[in-house]
Design a protein around this ligand. Structure first.
Ligand code: APR
Length: 408
């Protein structure tokens, strides 16, 4: 049963649940659905409205292992019915295209399913089908006593503006890169490892159909560019730019002329152009928080680690954490088995570090040519030629790109 709504009376017993999940992104909603399916009481607290999270443009590529894991829990019906799959990517440089058949090499594909669609499905499953308790628009979420056996979460109710408090056993911090839960980890016991790529990416959404049937990486001395399908009507593009650059420096005509130049291929079709409906500059950096747990608080997804969109890893890592955390919480709440929770951070971080390393490796390959440093340009060129020329290098890349068997 969902936890009862908080009572304004101070004499009433405090509302209780077993797990409070903070944040309704892919991580929080996956955890909540796993708990709900196992009849473990939980409450999800989300700062935004349902409409907002169902439309917020974010990541778009889900690796096959993650799709299979969601499907095994009944969370991928619409995804499997509707998502196109990608089996190849393409590198373009010096006016030539080089197709890279990673699915042939790895036996695994990507599913192209934008995050808002996945979030929509997961909310519907949890809130509508399973009658799970989810509270949207909550304000000023605060965590209490996370280092005791009786933690609690309080928040301001958006309708009444009153403070509510929920007592629980465990808190799942799934509130993304700008959430509040990470700040509850004591600094003296926490390492925050950060890597700054020293570049920006102008992230664009164009109201235009995709111009290729796969992800295109354009390597160019003027800066990297990328093309990624989203839906038949909308396409994601990226343009490397200086960190801290303003989107205002990128009017429509400049964007399209740079995309044309950096993704140029001799004899290729022109890009399908369209209105730019999103334009923001991402300062490219990665970070990892370790351990991902303190007391009764467990972090999952972007709350614990950030992977710049270089290799489309963010949503996949969020799902990996959430699947492990959901299962560990079910074991703990159902049978009192705490092994999954005690090994949770270490198990997540193994994959996190593999993906972080891959994103750094791929970044160098993609940005070396435009770094202005002839040594980096030379080594990046060597890396690319090896990738395209050596079957062993190609297999290793394919395995990491699709995230297969990387829990080393
Ligand atoms: N209280 C409640 N909810 C919050 C708070 C807060 N203080 N702060 C943030 N949130 C909510 C956000 O509104 C968002 O809906 O937490 C959710 C976090 O979701 P995501 O940012 O999508 O994070 P996660 O579930 O870890 O998924 C990671 O997001 O940025 C992409 O590429 C990344 O695809 C990856 C995914």
């Amino acid at each position: 049963m969902p936890a009862p709504a908080a009572s304004p009376s101070s004499a009433a017993p405090l509302p209780r649940t077993r797990v409070v999940v903070i944040g309704a992104g892919p991580a929080g909603l996956t955890v909540a659905n796993i708990l709900r399916a196992a009849s473990v009481d939980c409450v999800v607290l989300e700062a935004q409205s349902r409409e907002f999270i169902e439309q917020r443009p974010r990541a778009g590529f889900i690796e096959e292992w993650a799709v299979r894991a969601l499907a095994a829990r009944g969370l991928a019906d619409r995804l499997l019915a509707n998502a196109p799959t990608h089996t190849e990517c393409e590198f373009r440089f010096e006016g030539e295209r080089h197709r890279f058949p990673y699915a042939e090499l790895s036996g695994r594909r990507h599913f192209v399913y934008p995050q808002p669609l996945l979030v929509t499905d997961l909310v519907a499953k949890y809130a509508d089908e399973a009658a799970g308790d989810i509270r949207f628009g909550v304000r000023d979420v605060r965590l209490h006593h996370v280092d005791t056996e009786h933690p609690a979460v309080s928040y301001t109710d958006p309708a009444t503006r009153e403070r509510r408090r929920i007592e629980c056993e465990v808190i799942a911090g799934c509130d993304g890169a700008r959430g509040v839960t990470r700040a509850c980890l004591p600094p003296e016991r926490t390492t925050v490892a950060r890597h700054d790529f020293g570049i920006g990416w102008l992230a664009l959404l164009a109201e235009a159909p995709p111009s290729s049937d796969c992800v295109v990486f354009g390597i160019h001395p003027r800066g990297f560019a990328a093309h990624m399908a989203r839906t038949p009507q909308v396409t994601r593009y990226y343009l490397e730019c200086p960190p801290g650059d303003s989107p205002d420096n990128w009017p429509h005509d400049r964007v399209w002329s740079e995309l044309r130049a950096r993704l140029r291929v001799d004899g290729g079709q022109p890009l399908a152009e369209g209105r730019l409906i999103e334009k923001r500059v991402l300062d490219m950096h990665n970070h990892v928080v370790a351990p991902m747990a303190y007391g009764r608080l467990y972090l999952a997804g972007d709350a614990a680690h950030l992977a710049a969109p270089i290799a489309a890893k963010g949503m996949n890592l969020a799902l990996h954490d959430a699947l492990l955390l959901g299962d560990a919480l079910v074991a703990y709440c159902g049978k009192g088995d705490g092994d999954g929770l005690s090994g949770y951070s270490e198990a997540c971080l193994r994959r996190v570090w593999q993906y972080e390393e891959f994103s750094q490796w791929l970044s160098e390959l993609l940005h070396g040519a435009s770094s202005g440093d002839p040594f980096r340009a030379g080594t990046a060129g060597a890396r690319l030629r090896r990738l395209l020329g050596s079957p062993a290098a190609a297999s290793a890349f394919a395995e990491m790109y699709i995230g297969k068997d990387v829990d080393h």
